[in-house]
Structures are given as C-alpha cells and as structure tokens.
Design a binder for this molecule. Structure first.
Ligand code: MG
Ligand code: MG
Length: 249
C-alpha cells in the first residue's frame, strides 16, 4: 500500500531530507584522492548526529556503517573501510539515509575522484540525467510506469546496462515502503501517483552488463563484468503539479 503523508509527516521528511542534503554538500569538499571511504562515512555520521537525526542505514539488516560507499564497479551497498583509499580516476557513489524523529530521507550521489575518464564522466552524466528524466514525469495523476519508462528510455539511448535487481521505493516512517520503482517500464501502467506520496527514485546504471553479484561480505553489489556503475537518488514529494526534492538544502 502506498501511503499519503500528512502535513506533519511531510515536515519531518523535509527535515530528514535536508540533513541528507547537508551531508552531500559537505562530501563535495572531501571526496578526493587519498581520502578513505571510512573518513567519508565518519563525516556524514557526525553531521547526521549533530543535526538530531540518526543514520538510517546503520544496523539496517545488519549493515555496519552510516553510509554506503560504492567505488567503480561497486553498484550499491559498498561498506566504508579505512583500507579503501580513493585514487585519481575513481568514481564513487555515496548513498546516505538520515532518520529524523522517525522519518527517513534517502539520497545517493556519484562523485568523481580527481580527474576521471571521459567515458566515466558520460556514465555519470547519463545516470544523473536519467534521474531528472524520471522526475520530469512526476505529478499527481500520472502512472508510476510513466516515470520508470522515462528513466529507462533515456538510458537505453546510450546502450548502458540498467540494473534491474534493485529499485527505488516509497519512503516515510520506513526507509523502504511501497511501491518498488523500477528504472525501466511501460507508460500507462502501475499505480497512480497522488499528491503527498514520498518516493525515492534512484537509477543505477552500469557501463556494461546490467547483471550484478553480491560479494562474500554479503553486502557489496558489483557489476558482473567489472565495469563501472553510477547511482543517483533523490527523495521527492509528489505535488499537484510536479514534485519537490526533499533531499537538498
Ligand atoms: Mg539510498
Ligand atoms: Mg533508496
């Protein structure tokens, strides 16, 4: 069941989203060669706590850290580590969740480390633009399939692999609520969006095959062919005429 949020819930979701946005703003200054993914995790965890929230991911299903840090061929759910030092040419997606008074914000963003190849820059740009192609469809009364189709059709022009084992989702009192939001689909299908729904839309795009596997740590999802992957996500509120991005400052 998709939940329509009350004004009170929306206010809390805005604050949770703002805190996640704050973390991404701060990360921009810190993602560079020589920094460990653990340090990036610490920066975010501290900011989340300082703002009166808790990291949504820490302990979720047993995940050990505040953020997911997914470098290069890691698609999602990378575990931050002191041993993982970023180097020039890496790309990293950092996924952050903050829970404020019981309500979650969820947003992932991909970052370049130093100077990256034109090929990797393009993968990131297309994934970013796919998110906004999907968002451009969002408003009260449209089918969820319109959003999914816009994302998938955009990505397909470039021949990339659209990850299909993981999806976007509703967000609220639970980090993951209905509906599942696929990054491909068919217009005119699926549930109808209503004002007051809060959704996390998150294309995950691979340079090569869409296929993925989970490493032996039980978390880290990597591309099957070892090629790179990018991920962008915003939590948004569906409005009468469009949407409001919640995970921004
Ligand atoms: Mg996320
Ligand atoms: Mg999410």
């Amino acid at each position: 069941m998709i939940i329509i949020k009350s004004a009170r819930e929306i206010a809390l979701l805005r604050e949770a989203g703002r805190i996640v946005g704050l973390c991404h703003e701060e990360l921009k200054k810190h993602v560079k060669p020589g920094v460990s993914t653990w340090e990036l995790n610490e920066i975010c965890e501290r900011l989340i706590l300082e703002n009166g929230a808790t990291p949504s991911f820490k302990g979720y299903g047993g995940f050990p850290c505040a953020v997911c840090a997914s470098v290069n061929e890691v698609v999602i759910h990378g575990i931050p580590s002191k041993k993982q030092i970023l180097k020039n040419g890496d790309i990293i997606a950092i996924d952050i969740g903050a829970c404020y008074k019981g309500y979650h914000g969820d947003s992932a963003w991909s970052y370049t480390v130093g100077k990256v190849s034109g090929k990797d820059e393009k993968l990131m740009q297309v994934t970013h633009d796919a998110l906004f192609a999907g968002l451009s469809q969002v408003k009260d009364g449209v089918h969820l399939g319109d959003v999914s189709a816009a994302i998938g059709d955009y990505i397909n022009q470039f021949g990339y692999g659209i990850v299909d084992r993981y999806t976007g989702h509703g967000v609220g009192h639970e980090l993951h609520e209905d509906p599942a939001i696929f990054n491909f689909g068919t217009k005119g299908t699926g549930p109808i969006l209503k004002e007051g729904m809060v959704l996390a839309i998150e294309p995950m795009v691979n340079a090569g095959t869409k296929n993925t596997k989970v490493l032996s740590d039980g978390w880290t999802v990597v591309t099957m062919d070892g090629k790179k992957s990018a991920h962008y996500e915003h939590t948004i509120l569906v409005t009468k005429d469009g949407y409001e991005i919640l995970t921004t400052i």
